[in-house]
Design a protein around this ligand. Structure first.
Ligand code: AR6
Length: 514
């Protein structure tokens, strides 16, 4: 290890030791469907020879399922000489997308997309897309990708025949689909074919869902948008050249009951804390936290470009969660198992830059999913610093984190949580408080923590000292919770000073009184 001197890059347990937990991988059991698990591939074929064929089924046009572009209920009125005539929107989409077989300029893509989205003809902008096509080389490769992506989109009726359930608020439900099915759905999202998903009205049918059609990605060009387009095009290039052969599961989970934090007697679990590395790279194989927006993916299709958006861009399959995941509630999390990484990147936010294709060599589990597990949990966005020290908000964050960390299968040893300054960037949280909250939730969930401070060496030391203190004094989660309550109470009436100082002192006081 490293001597606990000031300025050390890392502290705590050896990372290699933490990684040992990865050897006892949580076994998902046999792939099975059930009342809480929808599988979009054919199970018999899968069991027989691991072939990933679509499960037959039929389109359902209702409020419990994704409304598909190829539904016979997806119609439009064509004004003709003899009044209006109901037409299938999918027929029009087919006709227009086939036009892309000899596409030579990006304006054609704009025309095609607008031809079946007439209501947005004046609203949607494509300047970012055109700029991308002006600068990117070689052109022939670019047009090959567009053509192949259009062909992929058109295979929708064959690739995704079975209705896709919406993962709604309050539900605990998993959805397993093949990477090929995801690529086909994303190809449709790229060409903005999903019906009823474009309205920005507050009372629109899907207003409680993230947007899925890619139109926002194509307008308002900026350096960020260009780098996003590079990343997205890499994904389509990759999946159209060589369709990935595996499955991905999206699990919406809801916390079963209230947690009694005050009486939780779990001991504080082990910690490795480092200023170097990132959750997605050095935390590979662990339970990786996505610093999410309640609308999962946040600004990935718009201008946002921080932790969650970068994760969704490089692990592009994550974007499909926006198609069916209703806004997360306070007690919900979304767990994604098996997404693949398609791109290398450098930088962050304004300096984010696509650095080329990534070849993902992560092994696959019994369900042919990559051993990559991502937990989307959304922190509260605080308007002022004070709010987060209200106990009801502390409770909310504890429950939210625990909902993500709670083990759902029996295992000898659970994956460690790979996390960091959750809720402490765009969402203005205090990293010292959030570190304690995440430590408590992980401890209750019997998971160790690998914490990435994202360059902050001082924070490594501060959190490590606190963790050390908590362990030495045999703190339980419940005891720490009680101290937090006192601190929040104090904070209400006067200045309470630094949180960690308060914990150190209150404990010393407590001891001297006994
Ligand atoms: N690995 C480890 N730490 C990181 C990484 C990484 N890859 N990236 C950033 N950090 P932020 P939030 C650190 O702002 O506050 C999105 O739009 C870094 O210190 O992404 O929870 C979502 O969609 C950074 O300041 O998370 C939500 O709408 C801190 O983590 C919203 O942002 C927080 O990263 C969530 O905001």
């Amino acid at each position: 290890g490293v001597s606990p001197s000031r300025g050390a890059l890392w502290q705590g347990e050896d990372l290699a030791l933490m990684r040992r937990g990865l050897e006892h991988r949580e076994d998902p059991g046999e792939l099975q469907l059930g009342p809480r698990h929808t599988v979009l591939i054919n199970l018999l074929d899968f069991k027989k020879d691991k072939k990933l064929r679509p499960q037959p089924g039929s389109n359902l046009w209702n409020s419990d399922h994704v409304k598909m572009p190829n539904s016979t209920r997806n119609t439009f009125n064509k004004q003709g000489m003899f009044g209006s005539d109901e037409k299938l929107r999918w027929d029009l989409i087919k006709k227009k997308l086939s036009k892309l077989s000899n596409v030579t300029k990006s304006e054609t893509i704009e025309e095609v997309i607008k031809s079946y989205n007439v209501n947005y003809k004046n609203e949607w902008k494509f300047d970012a897309l055109h700029k991308y096509f002006e600068t990117e080389e070689p052109k022939c490769e670019l047009f090959r990708v567009v053509k192949a992506t259009a062909e992929l989109a058109l295979k929708l009726p064959d690739i995704c025949p079975k209705a896709i359930p919406l993962l709604k608020q309050g539900m605990s439900h998993s959805l397993t689909l093949s990477q090929e099915q995801i690529s086909c759905l994303l190809a449709n999202a790229f060409f903005c074919t999903f019906p009823h998903r474009n309205s920005t009205q507050p009372r629109a049918e899907y207003s409680n869902y993230p947007d899925i059609n890619f139109n926002r990605l194509f307008g308002e060009s900026s350096k960020r948008k260009q780098q996003k387009l590079k990343t997205i095009f890499q994904y389509f290039k990759s999946v159209t050249e060589e369709p990935p052969q595996g499955l991905v599961t999206f699990e919406r989970r809801r916390l079963a009951g209230r947690c009694d934090w005050k009486h939780c007697d779990s001991k504080i679990s082990k910690l490795h804390i480092t200023s170097k590395g990132t959750i997605e790279k050095e935390g590979k194989g662990m339970l990786q936290v996505d610093f999410a927006c309640a609308m999962v993916g946040g600004g990935v299709l718009g201008s946002g470009l921080v932790q969650e958006e970068i994760l969704f861009l490089t692990h592009t399959e994550l974007i499909v969660s926006r198609l069916f995941t209703e806004k997360l509630g306070d007690w919900d999390a979304l767990c994604i198992t098996g997404p693949q990484c398609y791109s290398e990147y450098s930088g962050y936010s304004d300096t984010y830059s696509w650095e080329g294709p990534h070849t993902d060599t992560t092994e696959r589990d019994r369900w042919m999913r990559r051993y990559t597990k991502i937990i989307a949990i959304d922190a509260i966005k605080f308007k002022n610093e004070q709010q987060q020290f209200e106990m009801r908000n502390v409770d909310r964050e504890l429950n939210k984190a625990y909902c993500g960390f709670e083990p759902r299968v029996q295992a000898q040893c659970y994956l460690p949580v790979a996390t960091g300054n959750w809720g402490c960037g765009a969402f203005n949280g205090d990293s010292k408080l959030k570190a304690l909250i995440q430590m408590m939730a992980a401890s209750k969930a019997s998971r160790d923590i690998v914490y990435f401070t994202f360059g902050n060496k001082e924070l490594v030391q501060e959190i490590w000292n606190m963790h050390n203190f908590l362990q030495k004094q045999h703190f339980t989660v419940g005891k720490l919770y009680s101290v937090l309550e006192k601190y929040c109470e104090r904070k209400r009436s006067r200045s309470a000073g630094d949180l960690y100082d308060f914990i150190y002192h209150s404990y010393a006081d407590l001891k001297s009184k006994h």
